[in-house]
Design a protein. Structure first.
Length: 252
């Protein structure tokens, strides 16, 4: 039976049980229940497991070394779901202590399975939103990696911070303006659009784009920004016409 086949109370009870059993494993240096939940077919069971590990890291300071040691074992597991869950758990920890889990993301970027790599992107998003400085400093190291997928994943991963603080990620995005790989370029244009439609963000984005040299890329980005203001019209600070007018008046 899947997580959402249960009623609300049953789900709450299951979440409590998962946390209790993970705690018991950590206290007694066990792995059976942790691996059981981290490898579950149901993504919401795995989510409950990594959220529980993150909460235990905060609540049980004395268990932090055991938690990190456990995650290191999980990150090398044969099952990609276990590795994915380990990275997601590291992402919860990285919201406050990035340095101690940095290696999980550096290694996860190169996992042979896409699920752990996607977990890196998701973790960078959630960590970068609340703990941006060390996360963005880490991301900078991979902006010009020889592997195009690494560059694309980093570009995608820093997006969420940019939705509220575009000024934090625009210098990083600028470094990708001459990337000739279509998937990287398309992701870059997408991210620029995504960080431009919230209140006060369009002005910051346009000011920065005026400093970019690749005018063909900028043109594509401006078209995406205008289109985003229509696609996200229920959430945009400006209407599409207002965004278009602002761009016409302020783009150099």
């Amino acid at each position: 039976m899947g997580f959402y086949d249960l009623n609300k109370q049953e789900r709450a009870n299951l979440v409590c049980r998962i946390k209790e059993e993970i705690l018991r494993d950590l206290i007694h240096s066990g792995m059976d229940e942790i691996i059981h939940y981290c490898s579950d077919e149901d993504t919401y069971i795995r989510k409950s497991a990594y959220l529980s590990i993150g909460k235990l890291y905060i609540e049980k300071v004395e268990l932090r070394p055991a938690i990190i040691a456990c995650l290191k074992q999980l990150a090398e597991h044969d099952n990609f779901k276990v590795r994915q869950t380990a990275i997601n758990a590291a992402g919860e920890i990285g919201k406050q202590d990035f340095e101690i889990v940095e290696s999980f993301f550096s290694n996860g970027l190169f996992d042979h399975h896409h699920s752990p790599r996607n977990a890196v992107i998701g973790s960078v998003k959630k960590m970068g939103e609340v703990n941006p400085e060390p996360v963005l400093n880490w991301a900078k190291k991979y902006l010009h990696h020889e592997n195009k997928e690494i560059r694309r994943e980093i570009c995608h991963g820093i997006e969420l911070r940019g939705r509220t603080h575009p000024e934090d990620i625009l210098p990083l995005l600028k470094e990708l303006q001459y990337d000739t790989t279509a998937r990287v370029r398309n992701t870059l244009v997408h991210v620029i659009g995504q960080i431009a439609y919230k209140k006060g963000c369009l002005q910051t984005v346009i000011t920065h784009l005026n400093t970019w040299e690749n005018k063909a890329l900028v043109t594509d980005a401006l078209e995406e920004i205008i289109d985003v203001h229509h696609r996200y019209r229920n959430f945009s600070a400006l209407t599409q016409d207002q965004a278009r007018q602002y761009i016409e008046e302020h783009c150099q």
